[in-house]
Design a protein around this ligand. Structure first.
Ligand SMILES: Nc1ncnc2c1ncn2[C@@H]1O[C@H](COP(=O)(O)OP(=O)(O)OP(=O)(O)O)[C@@H](O)[C@H]1O
Ligand SMILES: [Mg+2]
Length: 295
């Protein structure tokens, strides 16, 4: 049960968020690590921002702080400081390329399951402070099917599974989809083949996956398009920049722009409502009730 002081704050926070605009909340995930989740989160975010959207990328990887490293950021504060009420959300958010906002990764994310009611209210309020005008929140998760990954994925409305053409990536994607559909009733997934040689190659990869999911699972997979194998992705990372900004004429930058343009058409999958509030609500409250974020 909520204590009265906390629940009042929280209720007011949620009411304010209800009045806010609809936010598309996308989890970027994968079965196997190293397939391109962080590159996709950042570059898709930058491309969407270039199309005039207000974008935030949240680094929910519990291991290395991926997004910070990829973009060469050195954040002073992270979510654990907000939870401990040492700073506000505005102190945590780091400006990224093309005006995107970044919530840096932190071990504090695992603590979300064990927050007191007052801390929950503080966190919701803190997010509320910045989330109201967001068009898109991209959540860069860690790979695999750990409890904390699942918690983030199920809090989002749309799930993007990045896959590349390696046997382990395909089998691990299948395992991830299986668990998310079985345990969390997520039954629609966007599949994004990365590092492929052509659209045809990406489609073949997609079909490898649908062949098994159609047979054994009750899920729908959407083909999102592809990101090609492109050395400019690596060059941009070496320079700690997004490829979309650093090498706008590259094949991968063009692919990210194409994806960003189509993003509005993706709004149809797991969750009927798209307020930022639902993300927080699911992430914080649902996990408190079943301990889903406890590692
Ligand atoms: N389209 C691409 N073309 C060429 N190289 C790529 C492409 N996408 C990713 N890479 C390479 O793969 C590496 C891993 O990418 P990234 O860090 O985005 O993966 P990840 O899934 O976030 O990994 P982790 O699971 O460790 O978080 C990059 O450093 C880059 O060298
Ligand atoms: Mg990563």
């Amino acid at each position: 049960m909520f204590e009265s002081d906390g629940s009042c704050d929280q209720a007011e926070g949620l009411r304010r968020m209800n009045r806010a605009k609809t936010t598309q909340v996308l989890a970027v995930t994968s079965g196997k690590g190293g397939v391109g989740k962080t590159s996709v989160s950042v570059n898709l975010g930058v491309a969407m921002s270039r199309y005039g959207k207000s974008v935030m990328v949240m680094d929910a990887d519990l291991g290395l702080a991926n997004v910070d490293i990829l973009l060469g950021l050195q954040p002073r504060f992270n979510l654990s400081h907000v939870i401990e009420q040492k700073c506000g959300m505005r102190d945590v958010i780091v400006p990224g390329p093309a005006g995107i906002r970044i919530v840096p990764g932190s071990s504090g994310i695992t603590k979300m399951a064990s927050l007191s009611v007052v801390q929950q209210a503080a966190l919701i309020d803190a997010f509320n402070d910045v989330g109201g005008d967001l068009d898109v929140l991209l959540v860069d998760t860690s790979a695999g099917i750990g409890d904390s990954v699942s918690a983030f994925v199920r809090a989002c409305q749309e799930v993007v599974v990045v896959v590349c053409d390696e046997p382990a990536s395909i089998t691990d994607s299948y395992a991830l989809i299986k668990v998310l559909s079985r345990d969390y009733e997520i039954n629609r997934f966007h599949i994004l083949p990365n590092r492929v040689s052509s659209v045809q190659h990406g489609r073949e990869l997609f079909h490898k996956l649908t062949r098994v999911t159609d047979r054994y699972l009750d899920v729908v997979l959407d083909f999102m398009g592809v990101i090609p194998e492109d050395d400019y992705v690596k060059k941009a990372i070496q320079q700690q920049q997004s490829v979309v900004e650093r090498f706008p004429g590259s094949r991968s930058a063009m692919a990210f722009r194409r994806l960003a343009k189509e993003a509005d058409g993706w709004r149809h999958s797991n969750r009927p409502n798209g307020h930022f509030q639902f993300f927080l609500d699911r992430l914080i409250r649902d996990n408190v009730s079943d301990g889903g974020l406890n590692e």
